[in-house]
Design a protein around this ligand. Structure first.
Ligand code: NAI
Length: 311
């Protein structure tokens, strides 16, 4: 089975280099018309260049269709214009890959409030702005595929990246609510946590690893997650040819009857509350209260037995 993007219009933000460039090239190879967005700044988000135009030239040289967009994801009006330009030229927008990003790494003790705010603004607010600019079109068309770019830093933490990690887990959270709101309009939303040798990681990877973790090895996951038959509400990891899924899980609730519902009662039950057993991946927030009520009913419904019980 060949996965085609013929007749699809895709926007890839931050596609002037690294992972975004690879996604744009591969989407175009498979028939998509691609908006290559990038303001072409340096790794910390300063300056500008013609990076987007260069990728467009590569796509066109290979026989594909693309247009460059130099807008910043942090400016909502520029994202609206990007979508309007794509619709005017190609009649719609079907796919959005939120990939633009910057780094301002420092330990939290040394991080300035500006460095925190800027990184959150580019990754989290920028992805929300680009998505918002596409949302009405996706609803009207009853078709939309959105990929957020999360990170292992957001999912699991990394020293020196408090700003980046906060934004990246925020994107997984944005995915979870948007996939619920988009479901009835055939809008599917997923998050990808890539590992790739790009300018963002060039000082972390030794040369051999840099090659192994090439952006080409991440693109299959990214493209599948924005394809016609994509799943929704997934967090997928990809790097060096390895792929995995990650979930936000919870265990069964422990319900403490009134007499035990004290700080000490909680402390006594802590090991049970914190046990990694019977894990589930809820599909919406209401499942948390449902699990608590189920645990309560289990205790109140039983005449005898332990005074605290998992539901
Ligand atoms: P990269 O630095 O090559 O790509 C990021 C692109 O975003 C750059 O071309 C940059 O000019 C563009 N950009 C920055 N601010 C922008 C703005 N305001 N508007 C439009 N474009 C803007 O780095 P890489 O590695 O390709 O990163 C792509 C995405 O993957 C980022 O979101 C990054 O956080 C994420 N990521 C990368 C990992 C890796 O191992 N390389 C690991 C985890 C996440």
């Amino acid at each position: 089975m060949t996965i085609s993007f013929k007749d699809k219009v895709a926007i890839v933000t931050g596609a002037g280099g690294g992972l975004g460039r690879e996604y744009a090239l591969e989407l175009a190879r498979r028939g998509a018309k691609v908006v290559v967005n990038d303001l072409g700044g340096s790794r910390d988000g300063t300056g500008s260049s013609d990076a987007a135009a260069e990728v467009v030239a590569e796509i066109k040289a290979a026989g594909g269709e693309a247009m460059a967009n130099g807008g910043s994801v942090t400016e909502y009006e520029q994202m609206e214009k990007m979508v309007a330009d794509a619709k005017q030229k190609w009649g719609g927008v079907h796919i959005l890959i939120n990939n633009a990003g910057v780094l301002r790494d420092k330990s939290f003790a040394k991080m300035t409030p500006d460095d925190f705010e800027f990184v959150v603004k580019v990754h989290l607010t920028g992805s929300a702005f680009a998505t918002k600019a596409c949302w009405e079109t996706f609803r009207e068309q009853a078709y939309g595929r959105i990929l957020m770019t999360a990170s292992s830093t957001g999912l699991f933490g990394n020293f020196g990246q408090a700003n980046y990690g906060a934004a990246k887990l925020g994107l997984a959270g944005l995915t979870k609510t948007l996939q619920l709101e988009g479901a009835k309009y055939n809008i599917k939303v997923n998050s990808l946590s890539p590992v790739a040798g790009t300018r963002m990681t060039e000082d972390l990877f030794p040369e051999e690893a840099f090659k192994l973790f090439s952006p080409e090895n991440v693109a299959p996951a990214a493209l599948y997650l924005v394809s016609e038959d994509a799943p929704s509400n997934q967090i997928v990891g990809a790097g060096a040819g390895g792929f995995h899924s990650a979930w936000v899980m919870m265990n069964d609730a422990v319900w403490l009857p009134e007499g035990q519902r004290t700080v000490e009662g909680f402390a006594d039950a802590w090991d049970e509350i914190n046990a990694m057993t019977n894990l589930k991946a809820p599909q919406s927030g209401s499942e948390q209260s449902g699990a608590i009520l189920a645990a309560m009913q289990k205790v109140l419904g039983a005449d005898a037995g332990p005074s605290s019980t998992r539901g």
